[in-house]
Design a protein around this ligand. Structure first.
Ligand code: NAD
Ligand code: HSE
Length: 353
């Protein structure tokens, strides 16, 4: 049986949900996917760090109500988060990075990924910072160490937009994309259309686990800007940086704007897009747009995301699905591990060699 030892960096909504899935689904994964996951370390800014080479009980991790520094009570634990030691020294095959997204320089998550890859460990992450700001460096580093850097959950949560484009639409010649790429702002717009005020709607999105630690990133469009950068660089071969993408969020839309649009059979949506111009240059933008109700993106509600990929050979292909959520995003991490598993000879075979 293949068992991947994993180290969780960050133990908030997403990594906790992954631990919860491990607690119940390992036997099923062994049958259906050919592997089980074993958590050998966790490090969290608030809770501290713990390394346990034989593995930690995932149920205990998710059900214990740890308070600040609580990992210090566990065998092999410390009340301080020593990410560097955990990443470099824990006997993990895969480091799962799910700390806060830092839209400015991606740190400390970029360093977390770098340390792991340098140590010959695969990295799976839902953190947009390292992917938007350092993907080229981290992909090259992974290649040089014979490991993988996977990040499907950085855009559209567990909805597989990047693998769809990379694998299933290979050769279709991508020209651009446009879509709803932030679950929180889409949820907020829908709740405001239902009469709720802006800040109550944001609070609901936070309680449901959709929002960033600082929800300003969601409602001011900064989160979508990172996703536009990621998709433009991945799908269109661009080399965009966040400052190359114009950005306006939804915070300036008033209840009156939303009401007026509804009366005129329209709906506001926060749209992220990028396209290659005739000069070959890729241009990206984030802005609220008033869409007629017949527009394919107008009916996308709640935290659901949708993106239409404009291809040369197939025309427009739209993928829609969850754009945020704890379990939905934990699924993205699982899908990354499935990709790692599929791409390499079995761990058992390597050990036998
Ligand atoms: N929640 C979603 O729907 C979703 C979807 C896609 C991507 N993401 C991304 O996934 C990541 C995790 O999301 P989440 O919802 O679990 O966030 P969260 O805020 O619930 O959890 C983040 C955790 O990371 C810990 N942390 C922060 N900085 C740290 C550091 N330097 N070292 C160790 N621990 C640190 C925090 O204490 C917290 O427990 C974020 O980058 C987010 O942008 C989230
Ligand atoms: N805060 C983000 C999470 C997914 O990246 C959103 O609401 O879409």
């Amino acid at each position: 049986m293949t068992v991947y030892n994993i180290a969780l960096i960050g133990f908030g909504g997403v990594n906790r949900a992954l631990a919860g899935l491990i607690a119940t689904k390992n036997p099923q994964w062994e049958r259906q996917l050919g592997f089980q996951l074993n958590i050998v370390a966790v490090s969290d800014l608030y809770l501290g760090s713990v390394i346990s080479p034989n593995g930690l009980d995932p149920r205990m991790l998710t059900e214990a109500n740890f308070t600040k520094g609580g990992f210090g009570q566990l065998s092999g634990g410390s009340s301080e988060a020593d990410n560097e030691t955990v990443i470099k020294l824990a006997p993990a095959d895969i480091v799962v990075e799910a700390t806060f997204t830092n839209p400015k320089d991606g740190e400390p998550a970029v360093s977390h990924c770098r340390w792991a890859l340098q140590a010959g460990k695969h990295v799976v992450t839902t953190n947009k910072g390292p992917v938007a700001l350092a993907a080229q460096e981290l992909k090259a580093l992974a290649k040089s160490r014979g490991v993988r850097f996977e990040y499907e959950g950085a855009v559209m949560s567990g909805t597989p937009v990047m693998r769809l484009a990379d694998k299933t639409l290979a050769g279709a010649e991508m020209k651009g994309f446009e879509g709803i790429l932030n679950g929180t702002s889409n949820f907020v717009l829908g709740r405001m259309e239902g009469g709720l005020d802006f800040s109550s709607a944001v609070k609901e999105a936070q309680a449901l686990g959709y929002a960033e630690a600082d929800p300003t990133a969601d409602v001011e469009g900064h989160d979508v800007r990172l996703k536009v950068v990621i998709l433009a660089n991945e799908l269109l071969g661009a080399n965009l940086k966040p400052e190359d993408v114009t950005c306006e969020g939804i915070s300036r839309l008033s209840p009156h704007d939303i009401e007026t649009a509804a009366k005129e059979n329209c709906r506001w949506k926060l749209i992220g897009s990028a396209a290659r111009g005739v000069d070959g240059i890729v241009v990206g933008s984030v802005a609220p747009k008033r869409l007629a109700l017949e527009h394919p993106l107008a009916g996308v509600g709640g935290a659901t995301n949708a993106v239409s990929l404009n291809t040369e050979l197939l025309g427009s292909v739209t993928i829609t699905g969850p754009g945020a959520g704890r379990v939905e995003t934990a699924y993205a991490l699982l899908s990354d591990i499935v990709a790692i598993h599929s791409a390499q000879p079995s761990k058992d075979a390597k050990e036998a060699a």
